[in-house]
Design a protein around this ligand. Structure first.
Ligand code: SF4
Length: 360
């Protein structure tokens, strides 16, 4: 742990960024403004905006006194405009609540609009030399790799572990080059893709590098578990004709023709009999078909049955169609694929259930 800052601080002094317009100053307004601008934007883009902004609003009092339109105009092109609105609101709060002096207490800094815990830590370090950790996305990546911290950093437990680690790594002195060094490493060396481990001061102690697993850290956001719905689809034949049922007017495949569906735990034979008075026997069960919807996966278990007679139920939502005609009907894609595979099945079936024409 003590080695960590001892490796970063001299590296930052030799190789890090030291001449940015908001460096070499203790002006909390400049430091605050730069940290906010850098939240979602790269250094090279920020520099001209920063210079124009401080030219127009040289201190907190000028910013607080400005009208919102002129603040927004100076931000135009930088994006994420909530940052500018929060900056303006915070400037007015500093004037009204803190006598126009930027607060030095870390909790007071972090309670200003648009300043999270990490930004507050950076401002406290650069403006006041206080020992507080930072943990933006780049620093999370550096720590997760250097200490092989498992898990997704967006997860509250993993984030809390990283904050504790960041706290424990703070040096007793030289907080400014240490904090800047972490930022420089995250932005230019320990990048998300193709990190420059050969040029990294942490290479000797980096656990991810030692294990040859740099790209395994930090772990990505876990994919949401998609629920699975199972259903039996009944292909009921009689003399080359197939039973189709119209789907409800709302929901999935609304209003399309499809095969009758039965929940997985119910008997297809009993269901056909009780719903439409159709007596049938099971010929075969076919391999499962998977179909992905946005919010769930459908697991279709096709069951082929032969009806004793072509009963015409009074229910107008059910029809018998010639097998070939069924393919021409407005049917959902997975059901069409199923019917086409049934054609293959029919060709191989000694009973010739579908008749000579088959389905596909
Ligand atoms: S050695 Fe590589 S993976 Fe480890 S901290 Fe440095 S750049 Fe990142």
């Amino acid at each position: 742990v003590s080695e960590f800052s001892a490796l970063i601080i001299p590296w930052q002094r030799r190789k890090g960024r030291r001449d940015l317009p908001w460096q070499n100053t203790r002006n909390p307004y400049f430091i605050w403004l730069s940290e906010v601008m850098l939240q979602q934007t790269q250094v090279a883009t920020v520099i001209p905006y920063f210079l124009r902004f401080v030219d127009k609003f040289p201190d907190i009092a000028h910013l607080a006194a400005a009208d919102e339109d002129s603040v927004m105009a100076s931000w135009a092109g930088l994006g994420y405009y909530a940052r500018a609105r929060n900056l303006h609101r915070a400037a007015r709060l500093i004037v009204s609540e803190h006598g126009s002096r930027f607060p030095q207490d870390i909790d007071a800094i972090a309670s200003l609009p648009g300043i999270g815990r990490s930004t507050a830590g950076a401002i406290a370090a650069f403006a006041f030399g206080q020992r507080h950790p930072i943990l933006d996305g780049n620093v999370k990546r550096v720590l997760a790799r250097a200490f092989a911290v498992p898990g997704y950093p967006g997860n509250a437990r993993v984030a809390s572990e990283l904050w504790q680690l960041a706290e424990s790594l703070l040096p007793d002195a030289a907080i400014e080059p240490y904090t800047q060094g972490l930022m420089d490493l995250g932005a230019g060396i320990c990048t998300r893709l193709r990190p420059l481990c050969g040029a990294c001061p942490l290479a000797a102690i980096c656990r991810a590098l030692a294990a040859g697993k740099v790209q395994d850290y930090p772990q990505p956001k876990p994919r949401r578990e998609v629920p699975v719905r199972q259903v039996q689809m009944l292909a009921v034949f009689r003399g080359g004709r197939l039973l189709l049922e119209k789907r409800p007017e709302t929901g999935v495949w609304a209003g399309l023709w499809s095969l009758p569906e039965v929940p997985p735990e119910q008997s297809p034979v009993e269901t056909l009999n009780s719903r439409w008075g159709i007596d049938a026997r099971i010929l075969s069960r076919l391999p499962e078909i998977r179909h992905a919807f946005t919010h769930y996966r459908l697991l279709i278990r096709p069951v082929c049955l032969e009806a004793e007679r072509e009963v015409v139920p009074p229910d107008t939502r059910v029809v018998w169609l010639d097998a070939g005609e069924a393919l021409q009907a407005a049917i959902p894609t997975p059901v069409r694929k199923l019917l086409q595979s049934l054609g293959q099945f029919a060709m191989n079936d000694a009973n010739g259930i579908l008749g000579a024409q088959g389905l596909g």
